[in-house]
Structure formats: C-alpha cells, structure tokens
Design a protein around this ligand. Structure first.
Ligand code: FES
Length: 101
C-alpha cells in the first residue's frame, strides 16, 4: 500500500519536514543526496520533533540535547540518544513522496 506524504517540491535537497499521518503517527521525511528517507519524528530521548533539528553528515541532530540518529538506519549515533528510532520505506514517484507499507 502507498500513502502520499507530500509533494516532491515540498522537500528540497538536504531538508527534513514533519508529516502527520493522521493516525497519531508523525514522521520526519528527509531528502539526502537525491534519495528520500523517513523516520519517526519523535526523538527516543525526549519529547522533541526531529524535524525541528538539522541534518549533518547523514545524521539528524535533535534540537533538544543534540543527540544524533543515522537517517538511513535509525541507529542512535550520538549521546544522549541510545535507543534507535523507526525507519520507513518511502519512494518518490510522479511528483509525490509516498510511504510504502
Ligand atoms: Fe532528543 Fe534529548 S530529546 S536528544
């Protein structure tokens, strides 16, 4: 099943945006080196939206305590974060970014 997340134009290269799936889940959606990725938006360390953070070297840096996660794998890569976040399959087609489930 495919679920539309946003228009391709909503997500410039090197940016992250928050997408509300409407069922209580919030995703952070990224464009990195031409590919699109999605993770949980909620940091595993606290009540922070990762979409409010910034991208550096393939990692999302949390805006609260500067913990880090690998955008491609969800692995926690920088303290104080130690618990991985979820990752999701996304694709870009026909001008849209879609979630694959
Ligand atoms: Fe994200 Fe603390 S809430 S690093």
């Amino acid at each position: 099943m495919r679920e539309r997340l946003c228009a391709s134009g909503d997500l410039p290269e090197g940016e992250v945006i928050q997408v509300d799936l409407g069922d209580g889940r919030m995703l952070a959606v990224y464009r990195l080196e031409g590919d699109v990725f999605a993770t949980d938006d909620l940091c595993s360390h606290g009540d922070a939206s990762l979409a409010d953070g910034f991208i550096e070297n393939g990692e999302i840096v949390c805006p609260y305590h500067m913990g880090r996660f690998d955008i491609r794998t969800g692995e926690a890569t920088g303290a104080p974060c130690s618990v991985a976040i979820g990752t999701y399959r996304v694709q870009e087609c026909d001008g849209e970014i879609v979630l694959i489930s």
